[in-house]
Design a protein. Structure first.
Lengths: 198, 753
């Protein structure tokens, strides 16, 4: 019998817990607005920021990708920063495979060639092909938010459906970048293949 | 077959069956509980691993907030019908997805538990944290119906079938295996039954195993050996007993407590006139006449009450009508518990012995009667012989002492007196011998000076000795002469011996009388120079009517019947003394030695004051006394000459005398006058002097003197009893009567003269 549920608590302790939960609930209720206000990011981007962090948890990078054992896990944001400081907040203190996570903002793909994940902002909509070409075969999980991103050779792409954030996965692109994407992600994401160039 | 021998087999089968069934049942119960437990555990494990899989595949769903997919994942549980509810809670604890989708939210926990599995009676509830890396992204909830009932139904049915099958198997197996135990026991029991029913002690059980049953069989067989041995010994002993009893000449029988015959030997069956068939089981009442049966039963009862049994004489009328007497021994036969179970009896016919005894008794009585008749005849004879002597002696003795008569006349009277006394002596000797022989002589014993007694005896023979010019020499040397004895009888002894000495000593001879002491005895020797005796004569000198060869030629020469020495020896022996005769041969004299025990009187000089002869009272003294106070005497005597002589003699002594010849005459005389003394004969024509004495003593207070020819001891005793103060045996010397009268005057009885 492995009852791990602690059902019994002293009465006073339970009362304090109730109060705490009440306050916590209130705090959570206000948290989005507050976060939104502080981070300057919409709810959509907060979710997208969280998704970016969580993608790191479901994807394996080839070990050669890192320069040394202490090299950080870097998430790059290419183009305009839609997250405000939301992404920074999310990865703050987190780590992937014992590597600290850092966020690097840049407008040049060249700068982000050493990142493990590169988010291509909406602002780069017109330069997607060139960016993807630059980041091609650099073991980088490229995540876009514009329609056709994955068809162009991007690994993953956010899209909205019923105001909910979803994502696509291009397994060919992942394989090309030597990324092993967890089957769990595959079940969640819409599978997309690279559109051949004409 | 199964229960042919119910008890033992059934018990064994039952025991084995019950044991196995109990064990099985217990096993089943344990199995059952174990199954419940393990089923729960297994289910829990199953659920837990299912949860692990789902949770591992659900983190992304929760992370990426995909409710649809979450529901799809949960919907996959459809294949597990036991899972009744499932749900995801997100990291905020809010219900995120549920299964079945139709179930209302209220059917689920409002908030997730931290994690773990809760096993309830009918269901399992599991909370599994869904982790992504180190962080908890949500919680999986699973609820599974244990469905214990249906599961256990199946399981129980299986168990029951196993139980039933095992039970039946156990029943058959136990029935099979119990034979190993029961069969040796049953065969043992069979043998035991055979032994007890058919008394066949030769039967033996077969030993089939080396276990305890085998030991039991061996013990049983060895017991049978012993029983067989003792049984055959017993039957041999019984055979011996029966044979013994069959040839027993006496009767032997055994009755039970109810008095029924259970055994009677051949002799008993013959005498009872019943064979065994008609006798056994019957009581005495059914066999014998009522009186006989009563007699038997009374003795039986006495035997029952006695520890050692009884002996009795029983009479039984035989079949031929003759009455037989039996000496019967009856005894109780006791059982092991010491209570009486039977009465044993044995009898021998003593009819002949009894008849012989009867005859013997009769003969003895006849002999006694004859002896009494002889005594009576002797007494009568002595009485009749003495009676005529009585007046002669009275007159002669008086005349011999009468100083007024001339010397020559007195000598003649003296001669008459001596011969009358000799005649009386002979008669007395005859009576004495009879008395002594019959042990009826009574001694009047008192301390006596033997020298005095001897002197008096010598005085009686002195005259005879002088006549034959025999010298009498006295040599008294005994310092102590006191003997406890009867003076008259001892004087009689000495007189007899002295008289013999004088008789057998020729003229001019010598008689020496010696006394001396030796030890505690006084010895008296009387030595004569007479004709002596040879050895043969010495041998029978003390026998009655034996006077030696010399008597053959002339009994008249020596006179006497030869009773004196016989009586003397008996008298000495009555005084615890002895008498011996010795002689150196014919013509060389004889010596008689008398030994008497000295009385235990310690007086310095060893002498007593000399006893005066009571007879020596002179008539003149008496006359003087009579003058002053004349005694009135009533004389009752039917012998006329004696009466006349006595009257004359008493009157001469100045007594007043009245006479009577019979009881009636005496009574009429006594009625008219007063008397002081009664002198009476005993044998009177119309009664006895004893009766007269008793009557007169009571009526007039008279004192009396018996004057009779009956001199036997019992006569003297009876005389004393009736009140006579003196008993004088006829013939009476006047001196004796004078003494008795003097004693009466002194108020002292003088029983025997």
């Amino acid at each position: 019998m492995n009852f791990q549920i602690q059902r019994e608590m002293p009465r006073a302790q339970r009362a304090w817990l109730s109060i705490f939960l009440f306050l916590a609930a209130g705090a959570l209720a206000f948290a989005p607005q507050k976060t939104h206000a502080q981070t300057g990011a919409s709810r959509e981007y907060q979710i997208k920021a969280a998704f970016l962090f969580h993608f790191a948890q479901f994807v394996e990078w080839p070990s050669v990708d890192f320069t040394n054992a202490n090299a950080p896990f870097v998430i790059g944001v290419l183009g305009d920063n839609p997250f405000g400081n939301a992404l920074d907040e999310i990865v703050k203190g987190e780590s992937i495979s014992n590597r600290k996570i850092t966020v690097q903002y840049s407008r040049s793909a060249e700068d982000l060639k050493n990142c493990q994940i590169v988010f291509v902002s909406k602002s780069e909509k017109t330069r997607l092909s060139r960016i993807l070409a630059e980041l091609n075969r650099k073991n980088i999980l490229t995540v876009g938010e514009c329609d056709g991103f994955t068809q162009l050779g991007g690994v993953m792409n956010f899209y909205l459906e019923n105001d909910t954030v979803h994502f696509e996965i291009n397994p060919d692109a992942a394989a090309r970048e030597k990324l092993k994407i967890s089957s769990l992600l595959f079940r969640l994401g819409k599978i997309v293949t690279t559109r051949p160039k004409n | 077959m199964l229960f042919r021998n119910p008890s033992l087999k059934r018990k064994l089968v039952g025991t084995i069956f019950k044991t196995s069934l109990s064990v099985l049942l217990l096993t089943c119960v344990l199995l059952f509980y174990y199954e419940i437990h393990s089923y729960r555990q297994a289910t829990a494990r199953n659920l837990s691993s299912m949860a692990d899989i789902i949770a591992a595949n659900s983190s992304a769903v929760l992370i990426f907030n995909d409710q649809n997919l979450a529901q799809q994942i949960l919907a996959g549980l459809r294949v597990e019908p036991e899972i009744t509810a499932a749900a995801f809670f997100d990291d905020n604890g809010k219900l995120f997805a549920k299964y079945p989708a139709a179930l209302p939210d209220s059917a689920f926990p409002t908030s997730p538990e931290p994690g773990g599995i809760e096993i309830q009676t009918a269901q399992l509830m599991l909370f599994k944290p869904v982790m992504q890396g180190q962080s908890r992204v949500g919680t999986l909830f699973l609820q599974e119906n244990l469905n214990l009932t249906s599961h256990l139904k199946v399981y129980g049915l299986v168990l029951f079938l196993i139980l039933a099958g095992s039970g039946i198997l156990a029943l058959f197996l136990s029935n099979f295996f119990q034979r190993q135990i029961s069969e040796p026991l049953l065969s043992l029991a069979k043998v035991a039954k055979t032994v007890s029913k058919q008394k066949d002690y030769s039967a033996r059980a077969t030993k089939t195993s080396d276990d305890e049953v085998g030991d039991l069989t061996e013990a049983f067989n060895s017991m049978l050996n012993q029983i067989q041995a003792s049984h055959s010994a017993l039957s041999q002993s019984e055979e011996k007993f029966v044979r013994f009893m069959r040839h027993l000449p006496g009767l032997a029988w055994i009755k039970n407590r109810d008095g029924q015959y259970v055994y009677a030997n051949a002799a008993a069956q013959k005498i009872f006139g019943k064979d065994a068939e008609n006798l056994y089981g019957k009581t005495d009442k059914e066999i014998f006449p009522p009186k006989t049966a009563e007699q038997f039963q009374r003795n039986d009862q006495m035997a029952l009450n006695s520890d050692v049994g009884i002996q009795a004489i029983e009479s039984l009328q035989h079949a031929d009508g003759s009455v037989h007497y039996s000496l019967v021994s009856k005894f109780a036969i006791r059982g092991a518990g010491s209570e009486t179970t039977h009465i044993g009896g044995m009898a021998i016919d003593i009819t002949e012995r009894k008849n012989a005894e009867e005859k013997l008794k009769q003969a003895h009585e006849e002999t006694l009667a004859a002896s009494r008749a002889k005594d009576d005849f002797l007494a009568a004879l002595s009485h009749e012989l003495r009676t005529p002597l009585n007046p002669v002696l009275l007159v002669a003795s008086d005349a011999a002492n009468n100083s007024q008569l001339p010397e020559q006349t007195r000598a003649s009277f003296e001669m008459i007196r001596r011969n009358v006394e000799l005649e009386a002596r002979l008669i007395d000797d005859l009576l004495d011998l009879t008395r002594i022989t019959r042990g009826k002589l009574l001694l009047d014993q008192r301390p006596l000076n033997m020298h005095d007694v001897l002197q008096q005896a010598i005085a009686t023979v002195r005259m005879d000795a002088e006549k034959k010019q025999i010298a009498l020499a006295l040599d008294f040397r005994a310092d102590i002469q006191i003997v406890f004895g009867d003076a008259a009888r001892l004087q009689q002894v000495f007189w007899n011996v002295l008289k013999n000495a004088v008789k057998f000593t020729p003229d001019g001879g010598k008689i020496t009388v010696k006394t001396f002491m030796k030890g505690d005895a006084l010895f008296i020797k009387i030595i004569d120079t007479g004709i002596g005796m040879n050895a043969e004569e010495l041998g029978r000198v003390f026998d009655a009517f034996a006077q030696g060869d010399h008597a053959e030629g002339g009994a008249h020469r020596f006179g006497g019947l030869g009773l004196g020495l016989t009586i003397s020896r008996k008298l000495v022996e009555l005084h615890s003394g002895s008498i011996h005769a010795s002689s150196e041969g014919k013509g060389r004299g004889a010596t008689f030695q008398i030994q008497l025990p000295l009385a235990q009187i310690t007086k310095k000089d060893g002498t007593l004051p000399s006893t005066k002869s009571p007879a020596r009272i002179s008539p003149s003294t008496l006359s003087a006394r009579a003058d002053t106070n004349p005694l009135r005497i009533l004389l009752v005597e039917d012998h006329e000459p004696t009466r006349t002589a006595l009257t004359h003699l008493l009157a001469r002594r100045r007594y007043e005398v009245a006479t009577a010849a019979s009881l009636s005459e005496a009574r009429s005389v006594a009625a008219k006058e007063n008397f002081d003394v009664l002198i009476s004969d005993i044998g009177l024509p119309d009664g006895s002097g004893y009766d007269l004495m008793a009557e007169f003593r009571q009526r007039y207070g008279l004192k009396g003197i018996a004057l009779t020819g009956y001199g036997m001891e019992q006569d003297v005793a009876r005389s004393q009893k009736s009140g006579f103060m003196a008993h004088l045996t006829k013939p009476v010397r006047m001196e004796s009567l004078d003494g008795a009268l003097a004693a009466i005057l002194d108020g002292k009885p003088n029983s025997v003269a």
